[in-house]
Design a protein around this ligand. Structure first.
Ligand code: CA
Length: 240
């Protein structure tokens, strides 16, 4: 049974989140503030965290960064602000997805299941044994593009022998592009196949591409591996 930690200070919202998650087969733990949530996380791991950003003791962004400091657990942030800049900032700070309040129980369950599908080997609650990740058994082979070696099995990426420190999403993005090296991939396709959801904005892809570019030691104005094909998409190529 996948476990979820709910960090929410409003007792009635907290209670309804706990109920809807428990109804859908999740083992739920909860905390009423940011430090309580961090304490829960250090005591025992969970498969996902639902983090309210309006907490009494910690700014939401700080709470997220502190969680990221101790754990790579998938985090769904719940924000009252439907502000794109803010949301992109949170995704960049390590949130896996977000919910804008007020959200329905159905939306929470769907987002959580999507996050669990793409970030872990734990099938979402209710998925059943038959839905266990078949893709995980066929471990993809490492891809080599120029001096770049991306190993999806080990989740490592090396450039000229130096290991790249990538976030989970940056790694997934790079691994997808490496698997399709030389092909132009549209942002829409990246959203479908890397993010696996239609809600995410194109701009999120841009943000991740630019941080990936930085880690590859290149600039959009002087690309080496990551080449933008204007109006079409992006391709990963061996530098000339
Ligand atoms: Ca709150």
């Amino acid at each position: 049974m996948p476990s979820v930690l709910v960090v929410e200070d409003d007792p009635s919202i907290r209670q309804s989140l706990i109920e809807v998650l428990a109804e859908h087969g999740y083992a739920v733990r909860s905390a009423a503030d940011g430090f309580g949530g961090l304490r829960e996380l250090t005591q025992a791991p969970v498969d996902a965290v639902v983090l309210d950003l309006g907490l009494p003791d910690l700014d939401g962004g700080d709470a997220l960064r502190m969680i990221r400091g101790i754990s790579s657990v998938p985090v769904l942030v719940a924000t009252a602000r439907d502000d794109e800049t803010e949301i992109i900032k949170l995704l960049n700070a390590g949130a896996d997805d977000y919910l804008v309040k007020p959200f329905s129980g159905g939306q929470l369950i769907a987002r959580l299941a999507a996050v669990l599908r793409r970030t872990s080997h734990v099938p979402p609650a209710g998925a059943g044994a038959a839905a266990a990740p078949a893709a995980a058994s066929a471990a993809p082979q490492p891809a080599t593009v120029g001096e770049l070696v991306v190993d999806p099995g080990a989740r490592t990426a090396f450039l000229a022998g130096r290991e790249l420190r990538l976030t989970r999403r940056e790694f997934d993005l790079l691994a997808f592009l490496a698997r399709h090296a030389g092909q132009v991939v549209s942002k829409r396709r990246l959203l479908t196949e890397v993010w696996r959801e239609p809600y995410v904005d194109d701009q999120t892809v841009d943000v991740h591409l630019s941080s990936l570019r930085r880690k590859l030691g290149e600039r959009a104005a002087a690309p080496r591996y990551l080449r933008t094909v204007r109006g079409v998409g992006i391709k990963l190529v061996a530098p000339r």
